[in-house]
Design a protein. Sequence first.
Length: 250
Amino acid sequence: MTHSFLKAGLIAVLILPSAGCAYFGRLADVGKAPELSKIENPTKQKDYRPVDMPMPDPQPAYVNSNSLWRPGSKGFFKDQRASQVGDILTVQVVISDKALLENKSEQKRGDDKDSVSIGALAGLEKYAGKILPNGVDVSNLFDISSSRDITGDGSIDRNEKIDVTMAAVVTQVLPNGNLVISGKQEVRVNYEMRQLHMTGIIRREDISVLNTIKSEKIAELRVAYGGKGTISDVQQPRIGRQVLDILSPF
C-alpha cells in the first residue's frame, strides 16, 4: 500500500510541473488572443521525424534519344506537378468515417448446494455440542450454496467527418520516388485559434495535372485538428480532474 502511494506521488510530481508550465503560459495570454506560430521549415521542428520505408532496388536511368517526352511528364512543355523538396501542392482532405459496434454477453449459474462433513477436527468437534445449545452434526457440519449472474452490454457509435482543402509542401523525396508531404493551417477567430496539420506519403503519379491530390491516395496519412483559446480552455477538464482520472483506481 505504501509503495502504491509513493508511486502515485512520484507520478503527480512529474506531471504537475509540466502541466503547470502550460497553465502558466495560458495565464500570460489572459485577455489576449492566441498568437499565431511563425512559419518555419517543417524539417526543423522538434517533433519532425524523417520517414523510413522499405524501398525496391535502384533501377538504372534510361534516356530515349529520339523522344520528345520526359519520363514522368504529362505536359508537352513542362510538368507543373510537385516533385522536389520545397514544391507545393494542394491536398483535398475528405474523411467520412462511421463505425457501429454492439456487444452483449450474459452468464448465469444456478444455485449450487454442497454439504461438507468433518469427522475429526483435532478433537475440538466434541466440544461443539457443549458450546451450541442444540448440538452439532459433524457429518453435515458445513452447508455451502452459491449462485452467479453476470450481464454485460456495450455499444460504440462513431461518426466523424472532415472536409477541407489545404496546401502542403514536399519535405522529403524517398529513394523510390515517393514524396513525403506536410501541411499546416492556423485560423484565428476572436480569441480562439483552430489548427489543422496533416502529413503523409504520396506517389507522384497520383498527383493530378492541376497539382492536387485527394486524401484517399495518401499513405500513412496523419490528420490532427484542434485548437487553443477560450473555448478549448472551457472544454478541457481542469488539471486536478485529469490527475485524479489517471491515478484513481475506482
